[in-house]
Design a protein around this ligand. Structure first.
Ligand code: PMP
Length: 440
């Protein structure tokens, strides 16, 4: 029997060659989140919830564009909209009717979206939201929560789990306070520091809920506390927007932030982002006095190709049971993964809201009725580390499943029940493989 690594080497030879060449030209070998042990696999093509790597391996895709592809790859309406626009040009050097239509769709779906402004990525969206908050309040500091990932720019790079604050000036760090995601800690801090413009958060907890918000009143309390201290609340909806509900996390939980960032699904699988929120906060963008106006340029903001994709995707999400279907598939997946753990007598814990599935190997515990883990977050964090995670990822790739770094899955409406069943079977075989090789 070949080992997990031997199987990976044997079936990923072209990827190995590409990675060797890549080391000479691409800094770090590949875009940061694509580097993995022992080397990444290079994908040639995707369709629906399936993709094929350069060695011809077929994979059921649970990364789905880091969450962008809730419709899967190549959804015909989206592809046609993009093709149509490509033939009409990729940049008009001014705005297009699409910008209005795209913003109308977003403001209709997102309850806190009185106004929208487009950016080219999620990182730019949180940057814009923070700048708007600082300008509007006249205050300089930002509060973020430990481990929450809100993009990679300087203000959110502190204690974000997957990024290090490499190269972030001390002066910038001094404008950001990192707190435990605890409403009392926030209340305390805001009572002492009166120079805070905004609090930013991943609404379901760090890393799309891998370290979940377990306090059922968290968002409500943060809303009340921020309002009382005259601080803006920024919800980072980059992953949750149009996924946990059509109206994002704030629509699902009924807590209205002052501003929220979007990316991924909002641009239909193409590059793009946006900020939504209160009209009065955005008002300086339209100030008639050029000296007071907040000018926010950006060559590819609201670019027509991303806009065409975003509009096509949001129209489908608005009118079809897309989030419901993705949720149901995730429920089936969670159930299957739990059964596989029991059957193989492997200690592990499966949790996650809506179409999001997190796996914590080596940990046991309960979830609540929304599948939010009740296991202490430090245990969940510990479970996401180490060689066992890397080997599970490889074992799953060998079995034709592409999961998030050995620790999670996102479903799309393009997945099928049969694919989920195959995934569960692959997971069971992968558990056996990593146990046989002594990783768990
Ligand atoms: N916020 C959250 C919650 C994210 O998950 C991400 C990306 N994974 C970002 C912001 C940054 O978005 P982008 O990668 O488009 O810059």
């Amino acid at each position: 029997m070949p080992t997990i690594l031997e199987r990976y080497y044997e079936t990923h030879k072209k990827s190995a060659e590409l990675y060797a060449s890549s080391q000479e030209v691409v800094a770090g070998g590949a875009a940061q989140s694509r580097v993995m042990y022992p080397y990444p696999y290079y994908i040639a093509k995707g369709d629906g919830a399936v993709k094929w790597d350069v060695d011809g391996n077929e994979l059921i895709d649970y990364i789905i564009g880091f969450g962008s592809l809730i419709l899967g790859n190549n959804r015909p309406e989206v592809t046609e909209a993009v093709e149509r626009q490509l033939r009409n040009g990729t940049h008009m050097g001014t705005t297009t009717p699409y910008e209005v239509q795209w913003a109308e769709l977003i403001t209709n779906l997102m309850p806190a979206g009185e106004r929208v402004r487009f950016t080219a990525s999620g990182t730019e969206a949180t940057l814009l939201a923070i700048r708007l908050a600082r300008g509007f309040t006249g205050k300089s500091k930002l509060v973020k929560f430990r481990e929450h990932y809100d993009g990679w720019h300087d203000y959110v790079a502190l204690e974000a789990g997957i990024t290090a604050p490499y190269g972030v000036p001390e002066a910038t760090k001094s404008t950001v306070a990192v707190l435990d995601p605890d409403p009392d800690a926030l209340d305390d801090y805001l009572s002492k520091d009166k120079d805070v413009a905004a609090v930013i958060m991943e609404p379901t907890g760090a890393h799309w809920g891998q370290f979940p918000v377990q306090n059922p009143n968290f968002l409500e309390r943060v809303r009340e506390i921020t309002r009382r201290h005259d601080v803006l609340m920024i919800m980072d909806e980059v992953i949750m927007g149009f996924r946990v509900s059509r109206g994002g996390a704030h629509g699902k939980y009924g807590i209205m932030p002052d501003l929220f960032s979007m990316a991924k699904i909002v641009a239909g699988g193409l590059p793009g982002g946006a900020v939504g929120g209160r009209a009065d906060i955005f008002a300086p963008m339209g100030d008639p006095d050029p000296a007071k106006r907040f000018v926010h340029p950006g060559t590819f903001n609201a670019n027509p190709v991303s806009a065409a994709a975003g509009i096509a995707a949001l129209e489908i999400i608005a009118n079809e049971p897309i989030t419901e279907r993705a949720d149901a598939l995730a429920d089936k997946l969670k159930k299957g993964l739990r059964e596989a753990l029991i059957k193989q007598e492997v200690t592990g814990h499966v949790h996650g809201v809506s179409s999001i599935v997190h796996l914590a190997l080596g940990v046991e515990g309960e979830t609540n009725d929304q599948d939010i883990s009740q296991v202490p977050v430090d245990q969940l964090a510990e479970a996401t580390k180490g060689r066992k995670i890397e080997m599970l990822k490889l074992a799953m790739l060998n079995e034709g499943v592409d999961m998030f770094g050995g620790i999670g899955f996102m479903t799309s409406a393009a997945h099928t029940e049969e694919q989920v069943e195959r995934t569960v079977a692959a997971f069971e075989r992968s558990l056996v493989a990593i146990r046989d090789e002594g990783y768990i």
